[in-house]
Design a protein around this ligand. Structure first.
Ligand SMILES: Nc1ncnc2c1ncn2[C@@H]1O[C@H](COP(=O)(O)OP(=O)(O)OP(=O)(O)O)[C@@H](O)[C@H]1O
Ligand SMILES: [Mg+2]
Length: 149
């Protein structure tokens, strides 16, 4: 599916939110600057709005590896694995052992070998120049038939 505008990306985040619940895992794939953080930010901010909380700043966790957000009873862990090099480093981070109930949104997820059975993989790619992006979904478990259109 083609994403023409940031507004359209925002609409996609709403479709994801409709289905999201604790323990969910959203994996984001795609090159630098393609829009992974932008989509993660839309998901987090729209969850805050939906829960009548103030929107917070959602920064890229490139240097900190993870930022977490508490939204009502939900905890969101937003990871960026860009700086990690080995599967061992991924395992040391304990993404799936700590805060098991949290929702995980993970940028640069290519490096994760053992993926949760239930997850939504999102692939973003550049399309021509400018603001056009292609977005593809690959759902597993409850996400199997996910369709954002
Ligand atoms: N259709 C679009 N979808 C997503 N982002 C877009 C789109 N059009 C323009 N942009 C812009 O592209 C940039 C995407 O940056 P973003 O930080 O989200 O990328 P990223 O994939 O997280 O990069 P990194 O690999 O460095 O983490 C933002 O400035 C955003 O406004
Ligand atoms: Mg990013």
């Amino acid at each position: 599916m083609i994403v023409n505008t940031l507004d359209q990306l925002n609409q996609i985040s709403h479709k994801i939110i409709e289905k999201i619940s604790e323990q969910d895992c959203i994996l984001l794939f795609g090159e630098i600057g393609v829009g992974k953080t932008t989509l993660a930010r839309a998901i987090i901010n729209n969850l805050q709005i939906q829960n009548k909380e103030n929107e917070t700043e959602v920064l890229s966790p490139t240097f900190n590896l993870v930022y977490d957000y508490e939204i009502k009873n939900l905890k969101i862990m937003h990871y960026d694995l860009y700086r990690l090099k080995t599967d061992k480093e991924v395992q040391q981070l304990g993404i799936f052992e700590q805060d098991v109930n949290s929702i995980k949104i993970i940028e640069w997820a290519e490096i994760i070998k053992n993926r949760q059975k239930e997850r939504l993989e999102i692939y973003l790619t550049y399309k021509n120049d400018g603001n056009l992006r292609n977005i593809q979904f690959k759902g597993f478990g409850k996400w199997i038939n996910f369709n954002a259109s």
